[in-house]
Design a protein around this ligand. Structure first.
Ligand code: GUN
Length: 290
């Protein structure tokens, strides 16, 4: 078993990006600038957004963090998005999800200029992804592709099972793994809460990607020997022995599944850091697309 080390890989990518930023500066070009909008005080979301801002500093990007209270109205948030769309200094921005119930996530996503949509959530980017046209790919699925690529995991002709059909991860992931591209060309099965006989399906898979948000869901009896496992889940579970008061668990029962795997991502230190690296790569791409 070999770990798919997202932490190390994302650090490598960040170093490569830092070099590019120096080159841009030497050419008298603009420093890439990423903005992030967060609404409310969700602890996990705040942690993720802070990690994104910290990564910007590390690679030499400029960053702007916009914190809005839970009480912000949909119109106020949409006005902020219009401001970011028109602000020439900002190359790309994200609105961290989830949003409070009184705000329509689709309206917010649709309001973002597709050319600044570095999360790749706008329908224009998702449509272009389907057609294999240049676009921003959603950060988590793109990070997973990059990780598989850097570990030279063969995907062509393989059987890939994706568990979970969210708009952010499972659905785009299934499309990307089936595309006729270097990482892709799999036979993909997208499974979800209504799937019958899930275990029979996952047991056939060469690659299993779990993005369900149910801690330790995938167990050893559900996979075959030599499987490649990608764990997108990250759930906070109370743990008094930790300074933070919680530990992080993935969607995979790690020890027993790892024993049967050829490659597996850990949690933390697997997919999470790769999402951030992809976001940085997308922000660089935003400059190129201008
Ligand atoms: N919430 C969970 N993952 C993501 C992500 O990749 N981007 C945004 N904007 N929100 C998220």
């Amino acid at each position: 078993m070999e770990l798919l080390d997202g932490k190390k890989t994302s650090n490598d990518i960040k170093e490569e990006i830092a070099q590019k930023v120096i080159e841009l500066k030497n050419q008298g070009k603009k420093t890439p600038h990423l903005a992030a909008v967060i609404v409310g005080e969700n602890g996990a979301s705040l942690t993720y957004v802070n990690a994104k801002v910290k990564a910007c500093e590390k690679v030499g990007f400029e960053s702007t963090l916009i914190k809005l209270p839970t009480s912000v109205t949909e119109d106020e948030l949409l006005a902020k998005i219009t401001e970011l769309n028109t602000n020439e200094d900002i190359d790309g921005f994200i609105v961290q999800l989830p949003l409070p119930d009184h705000i329509d996530e689709h309206k917010v996503t649709l309001a973002i200029d597709p050319m600044k949509d570095v999360d790749g959530f706008h329908p224009e980017n998702l449509g272009r992804m389907m057609l294999n046209l240049p676009c921003f790919l959603p950060a988590t699925p793109a990070g997973i592709l990059e990780l598989l690529d850097r570990y030279n995991i063969e995907t062509s002709g393989k059987d890939c099972v994706v568990i979970g059909r969210s708009h952010i991860v499972g659905s785009p992931m299934s499309v990307l793994m089936a595309r006729n591209t270097k990482i892709g060309n799999c036979t993909v099965t997208l499974t979800h809460s209504r799937t019958q006989n899930l275990k029979e399906i996952t047991k056939r898979a060469d690659i299993v990607i779990v993005a369900l948000g149910k801690s330790e869901f995938l167990t050893a009896d559900m996979v075959k020997e030599g499987v490649v496992v990608v764990d997108v889940g990250i759930t906070r579970v109370k743990d008094e022995s930790k300074k933070s008061g919680f530990k992080l668990l993935g969607d995979v029962k790690f020890d027993e599944v790892a024993a049967k795997s050829s490659y597996i991502t850990p949690v933390p230190g697997g997919v999470g850091p790769m999402t951030i690296a992809s976001l940085m790569l997308n922000t660089l791409q935003a400059i190129d697309m201008k």
